[in-house]
Structures are given as structure tokens and as C-alpha cells.
Design a protein around this ligand. Structure first.
Ligand SMILES: [Zn+2]
Length: 93
């Protein structure tokens, strides 16, 4: 006889029975939603980190007494941030 585990779905919070103890969602709809939510959460974390770097670069660029070498450094950093944003952030549908 197959052992059934009564688990709580990680997506909808509903109870469900599974043959695997490590099942996390109650079905394909919740599995897909959970996957989309994970992608969105990773994008939000990446966006927050990029915004933090961008803010630091703009503050550096506009600080009083900033040298040409500093300005060149911060401009390269801003270009790198823009390129990374292009690479890691999902596009709006
Ligand atoms: Zn579910």
C-alpha cells in the first residue's frame, strides 16, 4: 500500500495528500504560480540591489570635490549597472 502524506501547499496554503513527503504544492496550477512568484521575488531582490548600487554611484558622481577619475569610475559603474539590469531583470510583457 502506498503511503500518503498529508501536507500543506506552499502556494495556496491548502491541505493535500501526496505520495512524496517532500511535495511542496498541491498541483500544477500552484506549482506554476509558486515558480512565477519565485522568479518575481528574485527579480525584486536583484532590482533592489541594483538600485542601491545606482544610488551610491549617483551620490559619488555628484559629491562635492569629485575628481575626473572619480567621475569616470562612477560613470563606468552606472554603465555596468545598466548592463546588469538589462541582463538580470525580466522584461515587462
Ligand atoms: Zn495549492
Amino acid at each position: 500500500m502506498t503511503t500518503l502524506y498529508t501536507l500543506t501547499c506552499d502556494s495556496c496554503g491548502g491541505r493535500f495528500e501526496a505520495t512524496r513527503a517532500d511535495a511542496v504544492t498541491c498541483g500544477s496550477t500552484c506549482r506554476q504560480r509558486r515558480h512565477r512568484e519565485q522568479i518575481a521575488a528574485r527579480a525584486a531582490t536583484a532590482a533592489a540591489a541594483l538600485l542601491h548600487r545606482q544610488t551610491a554611484a549617483v551620490v559619488g558622481l555628484t559629491a562635492p570635490g569629485v575628481t575626473d577619475a572619480d567621475r569616470a569610475h562612477y560613470r563606468r559603474e552606472l554603465d555596468a549597472i545598466a548592463a546588469e539590469a538589462e541582463r538580470v531583470l525580466p522584461r515587462a510583457a
